[in-house]
Each structure stands twice: as structure tokens, then as C-alpha cells.
Design a protein around this ligand. Structure first.
Ligand code: SF4
Ligand code: F3S
Ligand code: FES
Length: 248
């Protein structure tokens, strides 16, 4: 069954813009991205929208639907009443390029600041070994699709552009935690996470976890353990001494 959706879309660019009405026919079972594509095909050929997989896996189609950060391809129209107005706006924490497309390069800059995985020499038989439990611990972190919805939502940068240089954000705390808990990583990332990445600016509001489309428990399983490890390091005299003489 089809019906007319009261769709509104933000149109504009870095110099400014406005929300415009695009009533469009939609069908049961469709998602917000379907409606956007139909508007693009029938009413606004120049509407800019970033997407790729339409399966919730590429992380490209992030936007805000009625103010809530969502993947447009996973946002079912059936979650809304048929007569409800649906307003789609670009992610607020990043500069707009055009319409629904934002410049997410802040995230790539933060990724560059994070040292890559650094394993030790191989064992004499040419292998590297780790416990199965350590393999499993990292799996949740590796589910990240880099949609940056958590980065967009975190209040530390959402309304405070000036915090960006000092704050890596939840997606990267997830990566810091994954690598710091990896038994084969030789970097000690705790000081870096605390100082350069601004872990201390996170006050555990958990908004990042609420919007993660992969259901990653960013706060409970990454940020809080990472904060605990930073504190352990700071207050454990043996760890402190080890760091001074170059022993981890
Ligand atoms: Fe997206 Fe979740 Fe990864 Fe954040 S942690 S970038 S919300 S998938
Ligand atoms: Fe931000 Fe998540 Fe911390 S929303 S304040 S990074 S718990
Ligand atoms: Fe790939 Fe939505 S289009 S996650």
C-alpha cells in the first residue's frame, strides 16, 4: 500500500540553507533513503545525498531524522505514523558541503593521530599467539562501520566546535580501547588517549552508545575500561616506575 509522505529536507550549502517540503509517494516497507531517492528522481535532481550499500554496512548515509541521528537506509518509514512529518537534516556536528552531505574530515584527522597496531616480533616458529578470549574481546570494537553518528551526537563537540582539536571522540576511544586491550600491541596508548585524545573530556553521558547502529556498547565496553586503565596507570607506582625505565 502506498501513501503520501510529508517529507521535509534541508537544502543548502556552507553559506546557509532552509528546510523545504517534498511530499512524496512511498510504500509499505520502505526506508527514509528510498523516499529521499524518489525525491531526487522526481522533484529535485540536484539533491545531494551520500550513500552506498543501502544495507547499514558502509556508514555513508548518516543524517538526522526528526533530530535523531540515524542511518537513512536503516530508518524504516513504518517507525512513524503515516501522517507524521519527517524532517531530514544533515549531521549537525560537521560542516555542510551541500544538502545532506557533510564534511566528515574531522574524523579522518583524528584517525591519523592514532598510532597503528604495532605487533612485536614473531615467535621463533614465525607465528604470533594470543588467547581466544582476547580475540573475542576486540570483536565488538571491530563492528564499527565508521558512520560517525556517535561523533555527531557527543555533546563535547556537537555544540562546541572549539573542542574538536583536543577531542578524538567516541569512535576513536573505541579504537584506543581495542588496541590498548590487545595483548599483541606494543604501544602504551593510555597517556595518548588521556592527553592528546581528550578522554578526560568525556563525562560518560552515553549518548554515543544510544545512537550506534551496530549496537556497540561504546561507553560501557570501551570508554569506561579505557578510563580505568588510564587511572590504573597513573596511580600504580610499579607501572609508573616501569614507564620511567622503559618497561611496560
Ligand atoms: Fe558508527 Fe557505532 Fe562506529 Fe560510532 S562506534 S562510528 S556510531 S558504528
Ligand atoms: Fe561523548 Fe559518549 Fe563520552 S557521548 S561524553 S563520548 S560517553
Ligand atoms: Fe550504507 Fe546506509 S547506505 S549504511
Amino acid at each position: 500500500m502506498s501513501y503520501m509522505l510529508k517529507l521535509r529536507i534541508w537544502r543548502g550549502d556552507a553559506s546557509g540553507g532552509e528546510i523545504k517540503d517534498y511530499p512524496v509517494e512511498v510504500s509499505d516497507g520502505e526506508v527514509v533513503l528510498d523516499a529521499i531517492h524518489r525525491v531526487q528522481a522526481s522533484q529535485a535532481g540536484d539533491l545531494a545525498v551520500r550513500w552506498n550499500c543501502k544495507a547499514g554496512k558502509c556508514g555513508s548515509c548518516s543524517a538526522e531524522v526528526n533530530g535523531r541521528p540515524r542511518l537513512m537506509c536503516m530508518c524504516r518509514l513504518s517507525d512513524f505514523e503515516e501522517d507524521e512529518v519527517i524532517t531530514v537534516t544533515p549531521m549537525r556536528a560537521f560542516p555542510v558541503i551541500r544538502d545532506l552531505v557533510t564534511d566528515v574530515s574531522y574524523n579522518y584527522e583524528k584517525a591519523k593521530e592514532l598510532p597503528a597496531f604495532a605487533p612485536p616480533e614473531r615467535d621463533p616458529d614465525g607465528k604470533r599467539r594470543m588467547q581466544q578470549i582476547d580475540v573475542e574481546r576486540g570483536q565488538e570494537c571491530r563492528k564499527c562501520i565508521e558512520c560517525f553518528l556517535c561523533q555527531n551526537t557527543c555533546h563535547v563537540v556537537r555544540d562546541h566546535e572549539d573542542n574538536k582539536p583536543a577531542f578524538a571522540g567516541p569512535r576513536f576511544f573505541l579504537r584506543y580501547a581495542e588496541l590498548d586491550m590487545h595483548p599483541l600491541d606494543t604501544h602504551d596508548r593510555r597517556a595518548l588517549a588521556q592527553d592528546a585524545a581528550g578522554l578526560g573530556m568525556c563525562n560518560i553521558t552515553k549518548c554515543c552508545t544510544e545512537v550506534c547502529p551496530e549496537g556497540i556498547k561504546i561507553t560501557d565496553n570501551a570508554i569506561i575500561p579505557l578510563k580505568e586503565r588510564v587511572v590504573d596507570r597513573k596511580f600504580d607506582p610499579l607501572v609508573w616506575l616501569g614507564s620511567k625505565i622503559g618497561v611496560r
